[in-house]
Write a protein that binds this ligand. Structure first.
Ligand code: SF4
Ligand code: SF4
Length: 477
């Protein structure tokens, strides 16, 4: 046999076989130390994880002179890029939650657990923690050796550094979380001078410990045992869903490459049983066993297997993103012919339209009108009927406003107590009492609608206003 017929790269595969003894399918009794390989999906995984930089940097973004996004819970105001959302506008939050829930369902139906594999905080933080572990302790065999070795000064130094960095990441995770709820730049000073609220210290401490334990120790166990999404994903997938899949028809029967074996002599399928797909799997499962609850669809096994296929001179894609239909030889169903895509898209569109409508119709100032009930009205000596109202003006702008009040209603109406404009500080509410008088002869019904209006001009010249309808009560007719 000429050497040119020998399966290319079989020497390199030999090295993988030596290594293969280390890789075992996760049975839950040993810590997973996954191998790291470069590849297309690894790059995509890093790029998608970078989305989380928004979590750390977002609180420092400024808009209109204040924190761009601030969930100011003590004052029950939520500032989003110049728009202030109040608790009464929270119906938008329901739509936002619906939007993300459906988005998650769509993504899962089309491409499996992409959220888990590429965006979930648990898998992203675990990925970063294990990357640090690898930088300090070396690749998996070295790490296992270090774990089993007796405690020496060197081991203590490496382990202390690792745990110190993990705790620091946990701390910054907690600190960044709190920064969305309290002005971020001043939080640094308040926190480290001991002047921050007790709830801030408790939250940061909980996040620090939680992140350290979940990403440092529990890792894939969270995906297996704690995450409810892993349980419900089964109902969202169907035979058209694209997920990382092992092509059994092409790969089986699996078998190792024998020394000096020629391509024509090989009686096995394309799977050379090197276990590289198991080695790189962060949850330690074997993709060759079919779709499994433990698969977070991170696609790292695709990179691993493609690299092996390159070595043995076989086409890439033995493990690839594919649907069950495709593997059974059925034609792929076009996206637009799937009813669930239409249903999900319609719900997404509705939720998004509702949110956009809500945001675009938010007033810059808000007016509440409370009609005095005791007494509902008084008849004055001049024959007119008088009602009393309390007006509450909320200023959602970042600067103080001088607000003018006016009212329209039955003919002859006069407003008393609102001659001077009302001052409302930024983000504040000012309550003011006013009287409305109407000549009795002009009242044609016991209750007549009246409409209050507040208006102000911002320093930049923008006129803003808000109106609220109430009722004017007169004697029975
Ligand atoms: S599927 Fe690919 S990576 Fe996994 S054992 Fe077979 S050849 Fe190796
Ligand atoms: S089987 Fe593949 S896609 Fe699934 S979790 Fe493991 S490496 Fe990721």
């Amino acid at each position: 046999m000429s050497t040119s017929n020998v399966i290319p790269g079989s020497a390199a595969v030999d090295a993988l076989y030596d290594e293969a003894e280390h890789w075992h399918v996760n049975t839950g009794n040993a810590r997973i130390h996954a191998k790291r390989l470069r590849g297309r999906w690894r790059t995509i995984k890093w790029a998608s994880a970078a989305v989380w930089l928004i979590f750390f940097l977002g609180p420092y973004l400024r808009w209109d002179g204040r924190q761009a996004v601030l969930f100011d819970i003590p004052n029950r105001q939520y500032h989003l890029f110049g728009v202030t959302v109040l608790p009464q506008d929270f119906w938008m939050l329901s739509l936002l939650l619906l939007f993300f829930a459906i988005l998650l369902a769509v993504a899962t139906a089309l491409a499996g657990r992409v959220w888990c594999g590429f965006f979930c905080f648990q898998t992203v933080w675990t990925d970063i923690f294990t990357w640090i572990e690898e930088r300090l302790e070396g690749p998996p065999p070295q790490r296992r050796k270090l774990d089993a070795a007796p405690l020496t000064r060197d081991k203590l130094r490496i382990k202390a550094t690792k745990h110190g960095i993990w705790l620091a990441i946990g701390f910054f995770t907690g600190f960044s979380f709190v920064s969305w709820f309290t002005p971020a730049p001043s939080l640094w000073l308040e926190f480290f001078s001991g002047q921050a609220n007790g709830a801030v210290y408790i939250t940061v401490a909980l996040f620090t410990v939680g992140t350290y334990l979940l990403a440092g120790f529990l890792r894939e166990q969270v995906c297996f045992w704690l995450c409810p999404y892993a349980r419900i994903q089964g109902v969202m997938l169907d035979k058209t869903t694209l997920v990382p899949t092992y092509d059994e028809r092409r790969g089986e029967p699996r078998g190792r490459v024998q020394k000096g074996e020629g391509a024509q002599q090989r009686t096995f399928g394309d799977c050379v049983d090197c276990k590289q797909c198991v080695a790189v799997c962060p949850t330690g499962i074997d993709i060759r066993g079919g779709q499994q609850e433990g698969c977070i669809t991170c696609a790292l096994c695709i990179d691993a297997c493609d690299e092996v296929m390159d070595k043995v001179g076989r086409p890439r894609g033995l493990v690839r993103y594919a649907s069950l239909d495709e593997l059974e030889g059925k034609p792929a169903r076009p996206l637009l012919k799937r009813p669930r895509v239409w249903v999900y898209s319609a719900i997404l569109l509705l939720a998004l339209s509702g949110i956009l409508y809500g945001l675009s119709s938010l007033d810059a100032i808000d007016l509440k009108v409370l009609h005095e009930r005791a007494p509902l009205f008084v008849t004055l000596g001049d024959g007119s009927v008088q009602n009393r109202y309390t007006l509450k003006v909320l200023n959602k702008m970042p600067e103080p406003l001088t607000v003018r009040i006016s009212v329209t209603g039955p003919p002859g109406l006069t407003l008393v107590g609102a001659d001077a404009p009302v001052n409302v500080h930024e983000g504040g509410v000012t309550a003011t009492g006013v009287f409305v008088k109407v000549p009795k002869k002009n009242l044609t019904q016991e209750q007549a609608p009246i409409r209050f209006r507040v208006e102000a001009v911002r320093p930049n010249g923008q006129a803003i206003a808000s109106e609220r309808t109430s009722v004017f009560v007169g004697p029975p007719r």
